[in-house]
Design a protein around this ligand. Structure first.
Ligand code: ZN
Length: 286
């Protein structure tokens, strides 16, 4: 893990999942003179000053600033360390994480060993509604992920994707219709929805998405296809946990961004019709 990934690790990683941290120390472990004695000076890693996290008061993802006593502990030393943060937006909500830091064969390792409030399961209302009957599987999957059981979590997530893929393809089809996509491409997605073989369905859909529904070239269906095809074999809990996080992002994108885009466009179409009627009515009074 690079130092730049430490902030995300502090906020999102499950407990007890040690990571080697690639850092260049400000200082290295060496003997230095201290008050007339030679003592071992320990390496120091700066505490990430800001992390991004969901705030339950602000009800959105906000920036959180390190909230320790200034001058006392802006560095992470070897051993067990408490790191407090406070939401910069509301200034009320706080969050603490405890990490253990040690050296092994000249390398630095960090391990999150505590977090308060505990890792929660973020279920935005529209996402929860879209999951429908799969909500229970999602909670079980995320609970496993938070406990560090990535292999178990991945099994739940593969099941959720199996159960909801037709729905997700429905969201895609609606978005394509709304965006006036090519009729052949829409037909391809329709056929994919009716298909029986999971791999083929998702692959077809991934290929049919028009560029204007791929912000920044992002293709959530191609991502889901790739993630799903990796399978469980030979992977560690940690690797499976990473696949779960990526699947979660792709599903949330489909069920929230893609869906709300379509709904937003449909709402605006209704509104625009009324606007045009009003304009026409007022013009006719002249
Ligand atoms: Zn806040």
């Amino acid at each position: 893990m690079k130092y730049s990934e430490l902030a995300k690790y502090l906020v999102e990683a499950p407990l007890y999942q040690p990571k080697q941290l690639e850092v260049a120390f400000g200082k290295t472990t060496e003997l230095v003179e201290h008050q007339g004695f030679l003592v071992e000076e320990e390496p120091e890693i700066p505490v990430p000053e800001e992390v991004e996290r969901y705030c339950t008061i602000c009800r959105s993802a906000t920036n959180w600033r390190w909230d320790g006593v200034p001058g006392s502990a802006e560095v992470i030393e070897l051993g067990l360390k408490w790191i407090p943060y406070r939401c910069r937006n509301c200034g009320k909500e706080s969050f603490s994480v405890w990490i253990r830091v040690w050296l092994s064969e000249g390398k630095v390792f960090v391990e999150k060993v505590g977090q308060y409030p505990k890792l929660g399961i973020a279920l935005p209302a529209d996402f929860e509604e879209a999951l429908g009957a799969s909500r229970g599987l999602y909670i079980k999957g995320m609970t496993s992920r938070h406990a560090g059981y990535g292999i178990g979590a991945l099994a739940y997530f593969r099941r959720i994707i199996d159960d909801t893929i037709a729905d997700m393809l429905g969201v895609l089809e609606a978005a394509m219709v709304e965006a006036d996509a090519n009729a052949d491409a829409i037909e391809t997605v329709r056929r994919a929805r009716a298909g029986k073989v999971f791999d083929e369905k998702v692959k077809l859909a991934a290929e049919a998405i028009p560029p204007n529904l791929k912000p920044g070239g992002m293709n959530p269906f191609a991502d889901l296809y790739d993630l799903y095809s990796i399978g469980l074999h030979g992977l560690s809990d940690e690797e499976c946990g990473e696949i779960v996080d990526a699947m979660d992002e792709a599903m949330k994108y489909i069920y929230t961004e893609l869906k709300s885009r379509t709904e937003g466009a449909a709402r605006y179409k209704d509104a625009a019709t009324k606007i045009h009627q009003t304009v026409a009515k007022l013009r006719s009074r002249k």
